[in-house]
Design a protein around this ligand. Structure first.
Ligand SMILES: NC(=O)c1ccc[n+]([C@@H]2O[C@H](COP(=O)([O-])OP(=O)(O)OC[C@H]3O[C@@H](n4cnc5c(N)ncnc54)[C@H](O)[C@@H]3O)[C@@H](O)[C@H]2O)c1
Length: 257
């Protein structure tokens, strides 16, 4: 099936859409005809991405300020998006943070924040989306992480937040079938502004990290955001109509379940 135009007449909400994978997903979904609502803490950057989406796609695009860790803000932003576009068909939960912190040095505030954004944030948005999805259906795509399956030094709390999200996705898929489909896209290391910032200020350290990851990845490189966005677009579209409760790794073979 040709993917071009497959999202025409659909309205898709993407959280964390101001940067990295979320921004790439918003651009791709818009280029396939979807109208996109870009939710992010950084609404100024989300507006810039929305402009690109409007220029590239045939649908409409609009940015909404939202901290997904707040249930009230998630509900408000999703209700606003539904009112603006007149419907909501798809939710892509992509907002996330991945601070590296050894367990012994992890503060209570950091522990709470990682869980609040990566796990509760997706739950808040799913609950809000269920209130505005059409009676005939709806689709949720959660962006997980290979870190849920494979331990990564310094990312134990992050990995646990994504493992919680994966478990939630599966249970939700069971609970909501056959009306709503729920799937997970789990990226491996991906070249994004967030990943670059997490690696620190030293460009040589960043390059060493990149080389180490590439050597340990069958495809011998990191992913680019657009490659992860392809999997998100697949699960968002009717091409995956009979697939729910699944988790796909986009990791160049780094994670093989
Ligand atoms: N980059 C990677 O290597 C990688 C690997 C596996 C999984 N992931 C996951 O992919 C997703 C996107 O990561 P990325 O690398 O594109 O990161 P990024 O930092 O480039 O983009 C993340 C976006 O989320 C937004 N955000 C953060 N907290 C938010 C909140 N509370 N409410 C709303 N928006 C918020 C940020 O403002 C930013 O625009 C995350 O869930 C991340 O865990 C990334």
């Amino acid at each position: 099936m040709n993917a071009q135009g497959e999202l025409e007449n659909k309205v898709l909400i993407i959280t964390g859409a101001a940067s990295g994978i979320g921004a790439a997903a918003a651009r791709l979904l818009a280029s396939r005809g979807g109208s996109v609502a870009l939710l992010d803490l950084d609404v100024a950057r989300a507006r810039d991405v929305a402009k690109e989406c409007s220029a590239e796609g045939s649908g409409r695009a609009r940015a909404f300020a939202c901290d997904v860790s707040s249930r009230e803000q998630a509900q408000h932003a999703i209700a606003m998006a539904a009112a603006h576009f007149g419907r909501v068909d798809v939710l892509v939960n992509c907002a996330g943070i991945f601070p590296s912190s050894p367990v012994a040095e992890t503060t209570e505030a950091l522990l709470q924040k990682v869980m609040a954004v990566n796990f509760y944030g997706a739950v808040h948005c799913a609950m809000a989306a269920l209130q505005v999805f059409p009676d005939s259906g709806g689709v949720i795509v959660n962006v997980g992480s290979g870190a849920a399956s494979r331990p990564i030094r310094g990312l134990s709390v992050y990995g646990a937040s994504k493992a919680a999200l994966l478990s939630f996705s599966r249970s939700l898929a069971l609970e909501l079938a056959p009306r709503v489909r729920v799937n997970t896209v789990s990226p491996g290391p991906t070249e994004t502004p967030g990943a670059e910032a997490a690696a620190g200020d030293d460009p040589r350290a960043l390059e060493r990290k990149r080389q180490g990851i590439s050597a340990d990845t069958p495809m011998r490189r990191l992913a680019c955001p657009a490659e992860v966005a392809e999997a998100i677009a697949y699960f968002a579209s009717d091409r995956s109509n009979f697939i729910t409760g699944q988790n796909v790794h986009v990791s160049g073979g780094r994670y093989m379940p």
